[in-house]
Design a protein around this ligand. Structure first.
Ligand SMILES: *Cc1c(COP(=O)(O)O)cnc(C)c1O
Length: 379
């Protein structure tokens, strides 16, 4: 099973051996019988430590990212929290890219800072900024999101990883926007991939989840310990639902990308829009890097309204097909005003988003209907 689409459907999804059910059952059991004390059946003991439905999903995630180990969590932030706990100790320092999901910044700034984990934000498009932010003996990690949320900045995973490894840093890539179908950071040199599976991997705006995928056995053991000891695991049903979604990831992403490209091109020609942020446009400042490390550009498109903040808010409240809501990556199109919605917690921090920015998650509706809605909302 060497091809992505085939692995997405078949890894850890053999028909049930006792009944022949083509889809393995959801193991809604919190605990497992022991033959004798400590004699576990299939290695399972208690749901927080492991559940067969979750294990299958974790194997599929690892396979799609090309990693040895996969761990799934109750949310993207729960996954990120587990990774920070596993990889950083009090006094350790991390370098974060200056454009990233507001909740990730908040997790460092308002949760882990109190545990003694230090961080700085830097413009990681400039490799010298990494050297400048690096604190010998203290810096342990560099965290990037590419494409970033919401500005769609593309960071060069290969170049950043090469420099980071020279400095002995762990490279974490949030791959939520690209998905492993379009970009596999571990193959490009990164050490750890994190996901909000709530977004494209789940794909239907009906389940929250997060994941960590990595190759290093020692770090994997620490992550597994935090997952077990803290317990922010994904439930059997959430694991099953998201695993089910992985099977259609490839076809969904192809259409998200085609519709995203069409929307980005349409907006680029529109007088009410002063700037479009989409890595598939040749005018995107990192288009060449994007073409090198991604095989498609996904379905998130951000834009700057020529009329400023008031026009941006009016546009968000004028769409009919695009639903005004946080989140992204589902089959239905969503519109988001980052400054007051997804990134409100970033206001007053170095990662504050401009007030004239709108983020679109372009769904899988017919492209004519998508463009017609944008046209009327801009008019
Ligand atoms: C949504 C999101 C997260 C957080 O994930 P949750 O599932 O909401 O906890 C992290 N990173 C990115 C890029 C996101 O878009």
């Amino acid at each position: 099973m060497t091809n992505f689409e085939t692995r997405a459907i078949h890894v850890a999804q053999d028909p049930d051996s006792t009944t022949g059910a083509v889809i393995p059952p959801i193991y809604m059991s919190s605990t497992h019988r022991q033959r004798a004390i400590g004699d576990h059946i299939g290695g399972y003991e208690y749901n927080r430590a492991g559940n067969p439905t979750r294990s299958a999903f974790e194997k599929a995630l690892a396979s799609l990212e090309g990693g040895h180990f996969g761990f799934s969590f109750a949310s993207g932030l729960a996954a990120e929290d587990a990774l920070i706990r596993a990889a950083l100790a009090p006094g350790d320092h991390a370098i974060l890219a200056d454009d990233l999901y507001g909740g990730t910044f908040r997790l460092f700034n308002r949760v882990h800072r109190h545990t003694g984990v230090e961080f700085d934000v830097a413009d990681l498009l400039d490799l010298d900024a990494i050297r400048a932010a690096y604190k010998p003996g203290k810096t342990k990690m560099i965290w990037i999101e590419t494409p970033s949320n919401p500005m769609m900045t593309v960071f060069d995973i290969t170049a950043i990883s090469a420099l980071a490894h020279e400095l002995g840093l762990l490279v974490v890539v949030d791959n939520t926007f690209a998905t492993p179908y379009f970009q596999r950071p571990l193959e490009l040199g990164a050490d750890v991939v994190v996901h909000s599976t709530t977004k494209y991997l789940g794909g239907h705006s009906d389940v929250l989840g997060g994941a960590i995928i990595l190759n290093d056995g020692e770090l994997a053991e620490k992550v597994q310990f935090v997952q077990f000891a803290v317990g922010a695991v994904s439930s059997p049903f959430d694991s099953w639902l998201t695993h089910r979604s992985l099977k259609t990831l490839a076809v969904r992403m192809d259409r998200h990308a085609a519709n995203g490209q069409a929307v980005a091109e349409f907006l680029s020609q529109h007088g009410a829009v002063s700037e479009v942020f989409y890595p598939g446009l040749p005018s995107h400042p990192q288009h060449e890097v994007a073409k090198r490390q991604m095989t498609g550009f996904s379905g998130v498109v951000s834009l700057r309204l020529a009329g400023g903040p008031a026009a941006a808010k009016r546009f968000c409240e004028s769409t009919h097909l695009f639903t005004l809501a946080e989140s992204l990556g589902g089959v239905e199109s969503l519109v988001n005003y980052p400054y007051e919605m997804t990134h409100a917690s970033a206001n007053g921090t170095p990662i504050e988003v401009d007030q004239d920015i709108v983020r679109l998650s372009v769904g899988l509706e017919h492209i004519d209907d998508i463009l017609a809605d944008l046209k009327q909302a801009l008019a």
